[in-house]
Design a protein around this ligand. Sequence first.
Ligand code: AMP
Ligand code: ZN
Length: 112
Amino acid sequence: MDCLFCKIINGEIPSAKVYEDEYVYAFKDINPQAPVHVLVVPKTHICCADKIAAENSVNVAKVFEAIPKIASTLGLTNGYRVINNCGEDGCQTVKHIHFHVLGGKKLPETMA
Ligand code: AMP
Ligand code: ZN
């Protein structure tokens, strides 16, 4: 499958890995929007939040179980923001579901 994040997960394309387990891979965003900006992705290819269903939601649950561990490792003791962009109107550019974890400073309140 021609998917950028599948290629990052399987090591075909290099990334700055910050966390990995059986279900989840996390790496630094190449174009950071905050002092800390990582992408947390399930290893299973799911294109977007709109395709989460009973059969694949365990992979998303694993992402959210990993996020506190990743946040702790990255020193985000004062909070952080988790963002998912979905589809055209959500401005999703990479069609492998991913969750942006942003922090390291007080983030702006507005998002849209
Ligand atoms: P989205 O707009 O929600 O689909 O987010 C895609 C994100 O992937 C953007 O923040 C990009 O900066 C990031 N990105 C694209 N290519 C890479 C890459 N090779 N390594 C790390 N992050 C990437
Ligand atoms: Zn993929």
